[in-house]
Design a protein around this ligand. Structure first.
Ligand code: GLY
Length: 316
């Protein structure tokens, strides 16, 4: 039987590799996405998710995460949660509740505490230094404070045809306290139906949520449109709509996977993603927009090496 997993950004590589081992031995899609996202949340050099994520304008790391089960439509989500190690696991636990499935701020923290989730100061010295440097740059160069909003979003199909999706992010760097992006919002940052397929988005949450892109992608896959055509249609049609209505469209990318294991990606910026299935080992791909298509190639060794160098480069 087929299994498949697709994830946004290079940062998901190690997590997808661990999840693939689980899937090979018959593990569930729900466990696979949680395992993979937790690994991204735990790695201190990924600066847009979990521990090491970049802070808000008050230098506090506020995290958003979600989990959805495609068999039952159970959804759990947290927004703006501080000082807990794995927001995705808190989201998964919330998905088992009948009521109060999406908690924010203090309420999410109280729930996590009462349910025994591990507390952790999620601000690393490196993230704090990046924040301090940004404050100087904003003052000296009159720059826009906002930057960086890469979400890890993972969609998975297991050998029992069960599908699940999970997302996690520290959101927009320098965001206002309490700002929540698209990543924990059902239908915007993620959606999955095991009878159809799933999608996860990354990019500027303020724009992604205007188009409910992940729900739109699943709705289109229901009409038996190939996930690659779906991903391109969703991104380019919505980018054009935003440009017509508002004069501009932010960065937006989406990964889609249907319940046959077919997949696709769409993006309006350069974007890296990971894919694996029973025949293909986890690999990093680079995607680019070209007209109203998205083209992608396997990342070269040079690209992969320079990525590792860049994320671990010393800060002055
Ligand atoms: N897409 C992540 C965010 O805007 O917070």
């Amino acid at each position: 039987m087929n299994w498949a997993i697709i994830a946004t950004w290079r940062m998901a590589l190690e997590g997808v590799s661990a999840a693939s081992e689980l899937l090979k031995s018959g593990g569930s899609a729900s466990d696979a996405v949680e395992t993979a996202v937790k690994m991204v949340e735990d790695y201190p050099l990924y600066k847009s998710v979990g521990y090491g994520g970049l802070p808000n304008e008050n230098c506090e790391v506020e995290l958003d995460a979600a989990f959805m089960d495609g068999d039952t439509f159970s959804i759990g989500a947290v927004g703006g949660i501080k000082d807990f190690k794995n927001p995705v696991s808190i989201a998964r636990k919330l998905s088992l509740e009948r009521f109060n499935i999406f908690l924010v701020g203090n309420g999410a923290e109280e729930y996590a505490h009462k349910n025994g989730f591990e507390r952790k100061n999620m601000l690393t010295d490196r993230a704090k230094r990046i924040y301090e440097k940004r404050i100087e740059e904003i003052k000296n160069k009159n720059l826009s404070p906002y930057d960086g909003h890469d979400t890890v979003g993972i969609v998975c199909l297991d050998i029992n045809k069960h599908m699940a999706v999970a997302t996690s992010t520290s959101g927009l760097f320098m965001k206002k306290r309490g700002r929540v992006g698209d990543s924990p919002i059902p239908g915007s940052g993620f959606y999955v139906d095991s009878l159809i397929g799933g999608a996860a988005a990354t990019g500027l949450g303020e724009d992604i949520m205007k188009g409910c892109l992940s729900y739109e992608a699943v709705r289109l896959m229901e009409n038996d449109i190939h996930p690659q055509d779906v991903a391109e249609k969703v991104i380019y049609e919505f980018s054009s709509k935003l440009i017509k209505k508002r004069g501009k469209a932010g960065a937006m990318s989406i990964v889609c996977l249907n319940n046959k294991g077919e997949w696709g990606v769409g993006t309006n910026v350069e974007f890296s993603f990971i894919f694996a299935n029973e025949k293909i080992e986890p690999k990093v791909y680079l995607a680019y927009p070209k007209g109203s298509s998205t083209i992608y190639t396997e990342a070269t060794k040079e690209w992969l090496d320079s990525y590792l160098k860049r994320i671990s480069a010393p800060l002055d």
